[in-house]
Design a protein around this ligand. Structure first.
Ligand code: SF4
Length: 608
């Protein structure tokens, strides 16, 4: 099949059986790849009511037709599973070089099933595929294990690895790759650890069939040229995602002290410009990327290095914890990565605990003696390690995520657990950004920004406006943006460099030989969005609009700093946002796709 490796690899960890099957043509046509493959196999193969941390859950790693190809940013893959953090759907996108190597090994999808009786790592070298003993690697940190495996097999082998966080079942553990790329959100690393898989080592030398090589060559060069000629390339490459930090601070969207404020008095200390000057030593990109956003940093004070921090981590481990010191934020980033924790959820959990401490709900007896005040970086370093090892009372509590932790503690702490569907909100304060608030409320994994980033649209239309145009923008972004994850490529060339999306179509058609338009692709995106929604409906017994509500902080409390203009202050307005959204989506008043919607999208049989 043109554009595909052609194989689905199944690894049953319980009995060690490894099998291959051809990638089904119909599934490739209907779901294309990446997160499309992920939801397809998850919905179909993981039975209703499966324990996320039981043998019936699966971890599905999928590339797309752009992965490993000559496509600007064609280095993405999706890691999909039933989330131990939320109990619903999770996928996490990972850059680097892993998905390219999958394709060169002839593999479109790796499905990890069952639970191994002992620690193992999966070794793939073209047709040589083995489960190998990892007892000597278990307990080690992510960077150490990646280094050890690269040293053993060679730099051309790609490694994905969990840290102690995944081994110890922290519910938001991540998977690391290329010393700085993560499949971060929703606990994909927790599931990998639960299956006792420490790492996947991967190398391939096969070619990928292409329908029309000459057109592919020309069309992909046109896409690269557009990136290279883009006006914003120099600034983007200099700062990467950190370019947005100062802007967020200015417009009141920089999460500060557990999202109680939207601008940070020490903000300039953590801006991208400061970071570039003080700690960045080089730029780093994923496979085939013409616009590398990765920044590799050296922290002199600690004599350590990290890829990062990128904007989300600066927000969540910096301003949101009251830390105005870029070296300290970068070091916290390094610790979270090395211990295998999602830096966004880690920051969200620590910020919640700091607020509990500052409000007197926690005393030192609850914090294992830590002086857990905002701005105390030593407490942050100590706590990251405690979470990874579930150490002490607080480490064990925060390993559960803010929703569960707040439910245990009570005393009103649920109100400032900043999460939706059980996933900690990423780094945009949404007191006065209703489109972005709705994006978080309705995101299909929980409060994550990458499906629909709409905060500039809020400024354009009017921050407090609760109007159908804003909602329509969110619906469109949710159908369109995740298609980059389906195709296996990065979206940032479109988002940040303003590359005309039409340039991708001839590349896709030349690779696969299948005629496509963005209208078709958005229809696939809409179908995937609705199938994912039905996954939540199937798995969560009381799933309803309550699951789409944000933290009340955003509509009941004015931000302590940053602008207060444009805040919606009525619960009714939040509900109105949902009403308009459900109507536009063709969902009922509880947020459940109607039969007619499912039929229109040809999903009725699949979800029956
Ligand atoms: Fe990777 Fe950044 Fe390039 Fe996207 S823009 S492919 S995330 S380096």
């Amino acid at each position: 099949m043109n554009g595909y490796g052609g194989t689905i690899l199944r690894v049953d960890l319980t009995d060690g059986n490894i099998s291959k099957q051809p990638t089904p043509g119909q599934v490739s046509r209907d779901f294309i790849g990446g997160r499309g493959f992920g939801i397809h196999f998850l919905f179909k193969e993981v039975p209703k009511g499966t324990d996320p941390l039981g043998p019936a859950n699966k971890l599905i790693i999928s590339s797309g037709p752009f992965s490993g190809m000559m496509v600007a940013g064609g280095g993405k893959c999706s890691w999909t599973t039933k989330s131990p953090l939320t109990g619903g759907y999770a996928d996490a996108s990972m850059g680097g070089h892993f998905s390219a190597e999958m394709k060169y090994a002839g593999i479109d999808v790796i499905i990890l099933e069952g639970i191994s009786p002992k620690p193992v790592y999966l070794f793939i070298d073209d047709n040589k595929i083995q489960l190998l003993d990892a007892s000597g690697l278990w307990g080690k940190t992510a960077f150490d294990v990646e280094k050890e495996l690269k040293h053993k097999y060679g730099e051309e082998y790609q490694v994905a690895v969990i840290g102690p966080g995944g081994e110890n079942q922290v519910l938001y553990a991540c998977i690391n790759h290329d010393y700085g790329r993560q499949a971060g959100r929703g606990g994909v690393g927790t599931v990998m650890g639960n299956k006792k898989v420490k790492a996947i080592v991967l190398h391939g030398t096969k070619s990928v069939p292409v329908a029309d090589v000459e057109t592919y060559r020309k069309a992909s060069l046109a896409l690269y040229k557009a990136c290279k000629d883009a006006e914003g390339l120099a600034e983007w490459t200099r700062y990467g995602t950190t370019v947005v930090t100062s802007w967020c601070d200015e417009v009141g969207a920089l999460p500060t002290r557990n999202f109680s404020a939207g601008s940070f008095e020490q903000g300039p200390n953590i801006y991208g410009q400061t970071m570039r000057k003080e700690i960045v030593i080089t730029d780093k990109g994923c496979f085939g990327c013409p616009s590398p956003c990765g920044k590799y940093s050296y922290m002199k004070r600690y004599n350590t290095q990290v890829e990062g921090p990128e904007y989300e981590t600066i927000g969540m481990l910096g301003s949101n914890l009251g830390i105005g010191d870029i070296q300290a934020v970068a070091e916290a980033n390094r610790l979270a990565d090395n211990y295998g924790l999602d830096s966004i959820s880690t920051g969200g959990c620590i910020a919640w605990a700091m607020e509990c401490y500052e409000k007197g709900i926690f005393t030192k007896a609850d914090t294992d003696g830590l002086e857990l005040k905002f701005g105390n970086i030593d407490a942050v370093f100590a706590l990251i390690k405690k979470i990874a090892y579930r150490e002490g009372k607080l480490g064990a509590l925060l390993a559960l995520g803010t929703k569960r932790a707040a439910a245990q503690v009570g005393k009103g702490t649920e109100k400032f657990a900043i999460q939706v569907k059980g996933m900690e909100q990423s780094a945009y304060a949404t007191h006065n950004a209703t489109a972005m608030l709705l994006a978080y409320m309705t995101c299909d994994v929980g409060a994550h920004h990458n499906r629909s980033w709409a905060i500039t649209y809020d400024l354009q239309v009017g921050r407090d406006k609760v109007v159908p145009e804003k909602v329509a923008r969110i619906v469109w972004l949710q159908n369109f943006r995740p298609m980059f994850d389906v195709l296996g490529s990065c979206r940032l060339q479109w988002v940040e460099l303003g590359i005309d999306r039409e340039l991708y179509i001839p590349v896709l058609e030349a690779i696969t030989g299948v005629k496509r338009s963005w209208q078709d692709l958005e229809a696939v995106g809409n179908r995937i969005w609705n199938l994912t929604r039905m996954y939540w409906v199937r798995e969560i017994a009381d799933f309803s609009r309550e699951w789409d509500l944000p933290s009340p902080r955003f509509y009941t409390e004015p931000p302590k700093t940053g602008t207060t203009a444009g805040q919606i202050t009525k619960y009714e307005d939040v509900q109105k946002l949902l009403d308009i959204y459900y109507e536009q989506r063709g969902w009922d008043e509880n947020g459940i796709p109607t039969q007619q919607t499912l039929e229109t999208l040809n999903l009725s049989a699949l979800v029956a």
